[in-house]
Design a protein around this ligand. Structure first.
Ligand code: CA
Length: 228
């Protein structure tokens, strides 16, 4: 059974979410405050986390960031303020989607299912062709989702890894940033191609040699030349 964690201080909202998800066969756990919600999300395995932004003890952004450092579980942010959306989008905190209160619970269930399906698809694909990519001083290990540069581990976030792996597994192909966004984040994800640029900048900061080439006016490619 797939497990969902709901971190939400408004008990009636959490219960409505739970009821709808349970009807669809999910096992649902509710945490009513940020700190215990975060601990639980870090310690246990969930298929998706529904995270309210306005919590009494800590905000959902903080929890999302902390969670992203450790896990690539899909995160759906819930907010009562439309203004928060720009923040979710702009911060690049790694949420997969957001939904604004009040929302139709059926819509929430549909999003939850879509994100879980997408996540499982990506994981499944990775495992099928889980061959390490080695190029010059860079090693990408898709099964363990680890990256090494000159034998030193480089710590990428889940999305940075997905982005690097996507480009490196299609070497020398130029992708428009919109295409990269659709492939890595999914067509139904919120956000836009600007997110791709932000993540690329982070990857370039973390890996000293630039493997990803900017093709001006077109897009990006992982450039792989035959080794001399
Ligand atoms: Ca709240």
């Amino acid at each position: 059974m797939r497990r969902i964690l709901i971190v939400e201080d408004e008990k009636n909202i959490a219960e409505i979410e739970r009821d709808y998800l349970e009807l669809d066969g999910f096992e649902v756990i509710i945490e009513n405050n940020g700190a215990t919600g975060m601990q639980r999300a870090l310690k246990e395995e969930f298929d998706l986390v529904i995270l309210d932004i306005m919590l009494p003890d800590m905000d959902g952004f903080e929890i999302c960031r902390a969670l992203r450092k450790e896990k690539d579980v899909p995160i759906l942010m819930v907010t009562a303020k439309v203004a928060s959306i720009d923040k979710v989008r702009g911060l690049g905190i790694g949420a997969d989607d957001y939904i604004v209160k009040p929302f139709d619970p059926a819509e929430l269930v549909a999003r939850v299912k879509a994100h879980i399906a997408r996540y499982e698809r990506i994981k499944g694909n990775t495992q099928e062709k889980g061959v390490d990519i080695e190029y010059r001083d860079l090693v990408i290990k898709p099964l363990s989702r680890r990256v090494f540069f000159k034998k030193e581990e480089v710590f990428l976030t889940a999305k940075e890894f997905d982005l690097l792996y996507f480009l490196a597994s299609n070497p020398n192909v130029v992708f428009r940033k919109e295409t990269i966004f659709d492939k890595v984040w999914g067509v139904d994800s919120f956000g836009d191609a600007g997110t791709v640029v932000v993540h690329l900048t982070h990857i370039r900061d973390k890996i000293p040699m630039d493997y990803i080439e900017t093709v001006r006016g077109v897009g990006y490619r992982f450039s792989m030349q035959p080794e001399q």
